[in-house]
Design a protein around this ligand. Structure first.
Ligand SMILES: Cc1ncc(C[n+]2csc(CCOP(=O)(O)OP(=O)(O)O)c2C)c(N)n1
Ligand SMILES: [Mg+2]
Length: 648
């Protein structure tokens, strides 16, 4: 390879990054300049992607966990021929452009996943590597055989989520995962010495990684380390790259100031002169540089063409075509009549658990696990087999007690494509997953969150374990569907909704305690809310384990001559998507009350300013569930009395 052109390619990335940030008057030039050498080596010599087909399923994945350096990625994509134009670079961070500050995801353009909240990309890459290992075991190495590369920074490694996910990656021996650590000793507040002194090499070695150490500006050494990283198929690899932030800038290199501020016109001119670019040209791409990057993509174009031939040959066999379709097709999942008996009593986590064998059968690409709570969450896809170094085809993943990592790894599997992943834990610990849940909603990826023990009625574990504000706070998150089914029938509907929703994540919020299977519940849940008992005097809207209480309260009121309609509202988001006619048909025009054993925050949107909101605006307490129902007023008799008083 022509070393002069390689140097020019590095300089071009630095120039574009400086110019993009300067023009936007905001952004982060330091990281792209500090990692340009590494990026050029990786993209020109190793990364196997095809700019003509950014979403080719067997491409290598490239995750930018230190996503503040997004100008680096945009420059690489533009120069390599992905659909990022020079105008996009000039419109960095502007309204309507493809070049957001932190791009998150845009796979049609080649942006796999970029954060954002430091550490998330690290974990997401681990999820992608798990997805690759699993899909390879299921579909064969002629159709699935790629690597996951990532750039990570001091901030990523300081965030605890990287420790959780690195530990799992090492445990699972994800040999095709290779991260490059931008070891520049700088973060926003100055030198990392003020807060970060651990031995990163020993830390990663301790959790089973191969660790390599190079000068991040010595391209030959970077290439050799990458060869060694790739060669080790038993362990993930961390290539510690000692770099200088804003390298090439005479006055701003190695300063925290270059992290997140434009360098300034004068300094940019000085820098361009120093790195061999014409000082007064902006967004300049020297002769030969596009060709250099295009040549670097040749490997990917050829690999893609060869893969297409292999795929066409393989899919000529109808059995293989069916299997492929089970992973990459979009056939909806519907359940056979699961036979839940009306009147029988079962926790919704248990009815969910009973569906798992059907889900496993009908959605062959369903995969996931719990954070050491499988017995409680009842989430077992394939009893007896756990995903491991030795069994990549297993569909149950023991995440260990690592909710943060579980969230981000589930996202990684979803972002990777080909899988329908879920992660399960107690509802109260959704707090430990929240950043990943938020990203799943923001990215619009179909992660499924299974949260059991959904209210104070989990009982004796007490307030630390009893969710109160969680429903309200998660309902406030855009693009997240929160479904709290009332009984086994609604659980069936909820799982169908979750498995057939591809535009965003779904949370299934399930009870620990038994609830009766009701005669009037079922498929209506798929519209978010529906009438489960009619009546003209008032409307009582409830969710989950409070629906049967609402029905019982309505029956008690019936005896006193008050006719109460009961509405089950398992999913607000889907209900609000229904047309006005449907919604007003369900909610009617009488006075509206709500019943949910959780914070009443937000219910006013349903019940209006005159409504009655029966809930719990305090923390719970440790006691058996029937005592809690008594004490907090969630028995049917207490509810009926409050409604009667309100209507009077
Ligand atoms: C979870 C989270 N906390 C804080 C931030 C704000 N932030 C962006 S970059 C950064 C640290 C920068 O240091 P480093 O990761 O070493 O990047 P470098 O400056 O070397 O490019 C911080 C605190 C963030 N993006 N995510
Ligand atoms: Mg740093």
């Amino acid at each position: 390879m022509n070393d002069h052109l390689e140097s020019l390619a590095v300089a071009t990335i630095k120039g574009l990054s400086m110019d993009g940030v300067q023009k936007a008057n905001s952004g982060h030039p330091g990281m792209p300049m500090g990692m340009a050498d590494i990026a050029v080596v990786l993209w020109s010599k190793f990364l196997t992607v095809d700019p003509r087909h950014p979403q080719w399923p067997d491409r290598d994945r490239f995750v930018l966990s230190n996503g503040h350096g997004s100008m680096l990625l945009y420059s690489l994509l533009h120069l390599s021929g992905f659909p990022i134009t020079m105008d996009d670079l000039k419109n960095f961070r502007q309204w309507g452009s493809h070049t957001d500050g932190h791009p998150e995801i845009h796979q049609e353009l080649g942006i796999e996943m970029t954060t954002g909240p430091l550490g998330q990309g690290f974990g997401t890459g681990v999820g992608m590597a798990i997805a690759e290992a699993h899909l390879q075991a299921r579909l064969g190495s002629s159709l699935v055989n790629h690597r996951t590369f990532g750039f990570v920074s001091d901030g990523d490694l300081m965030e605890g989520i990287s420790a959780e996910s690195a530990s799992l990656a090492g445990h699972f021996g994800l040999g095709k995962l290779v991260y490059f650590y931008d070891d520049n000793d700088i973060s926003i507040d100055g030198s990392t010495d003020i807060a970060f002194s651990e031995n990163v090499q020993q830390r990663f070695e301790a959790v089973g990684w191969q660790v390599l150490d190079v000068d991040g500006h010595e391209r030959q050494a970077i290439a050799e380390a990458t060869e060694a990283a790739i060669a080790d198929l038993e362990r993930p690899s961390l290539v510690i790259c000692r770099t200088i932030i804003a390298q090439g800038s005479p006055n701003k290199a190695n300063t925290a100031g270059s992290h997140g501020s434009p360098l300034g016109d004068d300094e940019i001119r000085l820098t361009k002169a120093a790195i061999g670019l014409p000082p007064d040209e902006q967004f300049f791409v020297p002769d030969g540089v596009y060709e250099f990057f295009s040549d670097g993509m040749q490997r990917g174009r050829e690999a893609h063409d060869a893969w297409m031939r292999r795929r066409d040959d393989a899919l000529a066999d109808p059995a293989i075509a069916d299997t492929w379709n089970a992973f990459y097709g979009s056939d909806p999942v519907t359940f056979d009549e699961p036979g839940f008996e009306v009147g029988s009593s079962m926790a919704t986590r248990a009815s969910s658990g009973k569906l798992f064998s059907q889900i496993a059968e009908k959605a062959q690409n369903f995969i996931g696990g719990a954070a050491d709570l499988v017995g409680s969450t009842k989430t077992v896809v394939d009893s007896g087999r756990l995903f491991s170094k030795d069994d990549r085809a297993a569909r149950d993943i023991a995440f260990g007690i690592r909710e943060h990592a579980m969230g981000t790894i589930v996202n990684g599997m979803a972002v990777h494509g080909g899988l329908r992943p879920y992660g399960a834990t107690f509802f109260v610990f959704s707090d430990y997953m929240r950043p990943a849940v938020r990203l799943s909603a923001l990215m619009g990826v179909p992660s499924v969150w299974v949260w059991t023990h959904d209210s104070i009625f989990l009982g004796e574990d007490g307030p630390t374990h009893q969710p109160v504000e969680h429903l309200a706070s998660l309902r406030a998150m855009p693009n997240l569907r929160v479904i709290r089914p009332a009984d086994a029938n609604e659980v069936v509907a909820a799982w169908e909704m979750a498995l057939n929703h591809s535009e965003g994540p779904t949370a299934l919020v399930l009870s620990r305690q038994n609830v009766p299977t009701l005669a009037s519940t079922g498929a209506g849940a798929k519209r978010g809310g529906y009438v489960v008992r009619d009546g003209a005097d008032a409307i009582l809207v409830a969710t989950g384990s409070e629906v049967h209480v609402a029905i019982a309260a309505a029956e008690e009121l019936e005896a006193t001559g008050v006719a109460v309609r009961v509405v089950s509202l398992p999913c607000w988001e889907v209900f609000f998507e229904q047309d006005e006619e449907y919604r007003s048909g369900v909610l009617g025009d009488g006075p509206i009350a709500s019943l949910e054993a959780a914070s009443t925050f937000g219910w006013q949107a349903i019940t209006g300013s005159d409504g009655l909101n029966l809930g719990l605006d305090r923390f719970g307490a440790s006691a058996p569930d029937d005592v809690l129902a008594e004490q907090f007023g969630f028995t049917s008799t207490a509810v009926a009395a409050k409604i009667a008083a309100w209507l009077a």
